[in-house]
Ligand binder design. Structure first.
Ligand code: CS2
Length: 496
């Protein structure tokens, strides 16, 4: 077995590698994080590592994997140390992070997970479980009682499968064991994400035990956050590259862009890490930051993912190398801008130009298909809310409807060369059913997808302007293909 990255091998690392500047071995846990994927390890865990180095404090993180033991099994032998590789066009840097002190797998360490979440020392439970991990209806924002995991968790509340069920059960244990107040910090790309999780937890708890729901209302705070860093899935060649640089093996490095941002609502139940010493912004209202990020960055990402994939691009930077697609991204952002309440001091035009630069970073192979996942959950906050606002304001929706049509073309499951597309989405079966029923008839196909109320609600399918725009674009995507449709759309836009 090659030498692993761990406490003993730290001193042997090259000087170019930044190593933890504090005694991490004895660092107690005060944060439990659900969903310890690459994003958390490249974002919140890095801010926490910085804060501990800058201002001290007992803010170790206990990470919990809900679905697979993989991260636990990779990090365990490495004293839970791992490398963050920041890559830009010109630079690459390597840094070892030590803020994660433990990783548990819910599947075979459930009692320990509960113990950590109920412990008085635990001040914060944070989450990155992806949009679908909240088992809500994306169109209404309400708990989806028809979701199989929620139905299971209401039947067997002491053996929860969902994040919401686990939160409520752990809070029940915390209540009965005197664990005290707690802050639940959602770090996923959802509008008003603190309020959303608060509502979902309250709804579920009321179904279980009204006294528990009341205790949660009185003792648990749910701040909203805006989180931002582009973190593609790490590949085997990343592992090999890190091994070459460190001369030891890191089984779980994360790769990301240099840019990062975290904006948090100052609404905590108890104490929190001195994250401001690491550059985190604390504000009273996160909404302007969140909306700007979701409707400019994430909306453009989704447009690039579907149109780029259909045009044959495997990664985002390749899409951003095509001037027509850059013009498309500018047009999507132009359409969204009137719907934004920009926070004081933010130069939104500079923000947009920086986004184009970030997407064009050739050192980050961010796959279009990775971003194309879970469109049923991503379309409402990224594209449909903007469309609703622009319909109400009689403003343009052309490029947003083109992105929605591209999603329909993508989830209909066959690419422009006739090959099957591996559509990854909780509603993939619904998509296959619609695609099968209306194959070859774009107008009916559009109507079929618009009938999915969990995505489009009851208002949009009834809006003639929206329906006809989507249908026209979907027909064009089938007849002309994505690259030509985008070229024609931006040319027409330039002439108007
Ligand atoms: C991406 C996001 O996969 C996706 O849907 O749009 O993960 C995006 O990279 C981050 O939100 C950037 O902060």
């Amino acid at each position: 077995m090659p030498l692993l990255l761990n406490g003993p091998s730290l001193p042997s690392l090259p000087e170019t590698v930044v190593v933890p500047a504090y005694d991490f071995a004895a660092l107690p846990v005060a944060i439990v994080h659900l969903g310890i994927g690459a994003f958390h390890r490249a974002h919140q865990a890095v801010y926490t590592d910085d804060a501990i180095a800058a201002a001290g404090g007992a803010w170790g993180i206990c990470g919990v994997s809900l679905r697979s033991p993989d991260v636990r099994d990779r990090l365990g032998p490495q004293d839970n140390l791992y490398t963050v590789v920041e890559k830009s066009r010109a630079t690459v840097s390597h840094r070892v992070i030590a803020s994660v002190r433990e990783v548990l797998f819910r599947g075979d360490q459930f009692d320990t997970v509960l113990e950590r979440m109920a412990a008085p020392a635990t001040q914060i439970v944070s989450l990155t479980v992806t949009e679908k991990g909240y088992c809500h209806n994306p169109a209404t924002g309400q708990l989806d009682f028809a979701n199989p995991e929620i139905a299971h968790d209401l039947r067997e509340p002491q053996d929860p499968m969902s994040a919401v069920g686990l939160l409520v059960h752990a809070l029940d244990v915390r209540r009965s064991s005197g664990g005290g107040p707690l802050t639940v910090l959602c770090c996923d790309n959802l509008p008003q994400n603190g309020r959303l999780v608060e509502r979902l937890v309250d709804t579920f708890a009321r179904e279980r035990d009204r006294a528990l729901a009341q205790w949660i209302t009185a003792n648990v705070m749910f701040p909203s956050t805006m989180i931002d860093r582009i973190v593609p899935a790490a590949t085997d060649s990343d592992l090999a590259e890190v091994r070459k640089v460190l001369s030891v093996l890191d089984l779980a490095p994360v790769v990301c862009e240099p840019f990062r941002q975290w904006v948090i609502e100052e609404r905590f139940a108890g104490s929190r890490p001195p994250w401001e010493s690491a550059g985190v912004q604390f504000v009273s209202d996160v909404a302007p930051f969140e909306t700007m990020k979701l409707r400019l960055l994430n909306a453009s990402h989704s447009a690039f993912a579907y149109l780029g994939f259909l045009a044959g691009y495997e990664t985002i930077w390749q899409v951003a190398a095509n001037p027509d697609f850059v013009a498309l991204m500018r047009a999507v952002m132009e359409e969204a801008t009137p719907t934004l309440k920009v926070a004081p001091g933010i130069d939104v035009e500079a923000y947009k130009s920086a986004l184009i630069e970030r997407f064009a970073n050739p050192a980050l192979p961010h796959r279009t298909q990775q971003i194309a996942m879970d469109g049923s959950q991503k379309l409402p906050p990224r594209l449909l809310d903007t469309i609703r606002d622009n319909l109400a304001g009689q403003r343009p929706i052309d490029f947003h409807t083109l992105a929605v049509a591209a999603w329909m073309r993508y989830v209909s499951g066959v690419d422009e060369a006739g090959r099957p597309i591996a559509v990854s989405d909780p509603m993939a079966n619904d998509f296959a059913r619609v695609a099968e029923a209306y194959r070859g008839d774009p107008a009916q196909l559009a109507r079929g997808f618009l009938g999915l109320a969990a995505i489009f609600g009851s208002d949009l399918p009834g809006d003639a302007r929206f329906v006809s725009a989507v249908t026209v674009w979907l027909s064009a995507l089938f007849s002309e293909g994505a690259a030509r449709t985008v070229a024609r759309a931006v040319r027409r836009d330039r002439m108007s």
